[in-house]
Each structure stands twice: as C-alpha cells, then as structure tokens.
Ligand binder design. Structure first.
Ligand SMILES: *[C@@H]1O[C@H](CO)[C@@H](O)[C@H](O)[C@H]1NC(C)=O
Length: 217
C-alpha cells in the first residue's frame, strides 16, 4: 500500500461507517469503528507523510510565515496529532467546502487525537437524543440523520469563521457558540472553556489551524 492511500484511509473509513449505519446497523458498529479508527491513526506515523514533502508547504513549527496560495484544506491533513479531527472536517461537506474556499477565512481549533479518543461521549452522540429516543436513538434513517447533525455541530463548534482572530475578541463559532481567547504565561487559552492551545500547526492564506489540548463541545 502506498503511503498516500494509508493517509487517506481514516477519512474514507468514517464515510463507510456512516453509510453502513444508514442501512440500520446498530450504533455499536459506529462506536467500534470509531475506536478502530482512532487506533489506526497511529499507523501512518511509520510512513513518510507524502503531504509534508510538498514544496508548497510551510516548514513545520514555523509560527510566523503565511504561505501564499496554500489554504487550510491543503494543510489540515498533514498534522498527525490532529488526524482524527481533520478526518471529520473532510467528511462533513459544509465544513470541507468552507476550508477549501480561499475567499473565506477561518481559525480551526483542532483537538489533538488523544482528546478525540477520550471524549466522554462520541461526537455524534447527544444525551438529549437518548432522553427523547432511548437506546436506539442512532438507529435507522432518522437516527443516522441525528448522528450526522450532531457530528456536524461538534466540528462546527471548533471552527471560528474569521482569521486573523485578535486576543479577547468574542466570536461565534460556526455552531453558534461564543468563544474568545486569552494569553496566560505565553499560552493561548480558549475561553470560556479554559482549553489550552498546544501549538499553531499552520498559517495559510485563508486562516490558521490551532492544535487544542481539549475539546469545545
Ligand atoms: C484572511 O487571512 C489572510 C492571511 O492571514 C489575511 O492576510 C487577510 O487579510 C484575511 N482576510 C480577511 C477578510 O480577514
């Protein structure tokens, strides 16, 4: 298998999982596959990442230069530590279109893989759905729609629709939740969640990708 294929695999997997559940598979197959996905994320580390060899890419860990002509959708997949989240951004049409649009800036707040693996509930789950529809909340066609909507809302809660984003400026994420950030001891902290920004993975023509030590939803 070529490295490129391996690298694309996680995103394709989620599509398959969601497609399969549309045919009334139980939720169990979703969660199991999500865990399997999370585990597989480690695999590509063993291979050179083809995307980082692209000459147009900014050098890694360079916080100051903006690469012209490169946009978020070109780079978000190259940062291994946020591979689970970036897979979700590619799977949700409205988000992938936004990040692929050079005329619309965004600051993507991407939780690290460890955060995604340890979420108290899966990003497609909502306690209110279980309260309203019981254990089978995500089965069948309507359940599938619910899971999709929740997953989209989770990802939208991690996209700030502007860049540059000034410290202290309160903005609504694509999900409508208000966020801002403060700098404490040299580190950005996303508020009101108190989630630390570990690093800035990319600064490109239509925005930035920040790596988070926690989730905002
Ligand atoms: C979009 O981001 C680029 C790169 O940071 C910046 O130069 C440009 O002014 C931004 N555009 C808007 C409308 O904020």
């Amino acid at each position: 298998m070529k490295p490129a294929q391996l690298f694309l695999y996680p995103s394709a997997t989620i599509c398959l999982i969601l497609a399969a559940s549309a045919q009334s598979r139980p939720l169990f197959s979703l969660s199991k596959a999500f865990h399997a996905l999370a585990d597989q994320i480690q695999v590509p580390v063993l291979f050179p990442n083809p995307l980082t060899h692209n000459k147009n890419m900014p050098p890694p860990e360079n916080d100051n230069t903006v690469s012209t002509g490169v946009i978020i959708s070109d780079v978000i997949g190259k940062t291994q530590s946020i591979a689970i989240f970036s897979g979700l951004t590619r799977d949700i049409d409205s988000i992938s279109r936004r990040l692929d649009d050079a005329s619309q800036n965004a600051t993507v707040l991407a939780p690290q893989n460890g955060v995604m693996r340890e979420l108290k509930r899966k990003p497609w789950e909502d306690p209110q759905d279980y309260a309203a529809f019981g254990e089978k909340a995500y089965e069948g066609g309507e359940g599938e729609d619910r899971a999709h909507r929740n997953l989209r809302r989770f990802v939208e809660a991690h996209v700030v629709p502007l860049s540059p984003w000034e410290e202290g400026r309160k903005v609504k994420t694509l999900a409508g939740s208000e966020v801002w950030y403060e700098t404490k001891e040299g580190k950005k902290v996303i508020q009101p969640h108190g989630v630390e920004v570990v690093s800035i993975a990319d600064k490109v023509a239509n925005g930035e990708v920040w790596v988070l030590a926690g989730s905002l939803a």
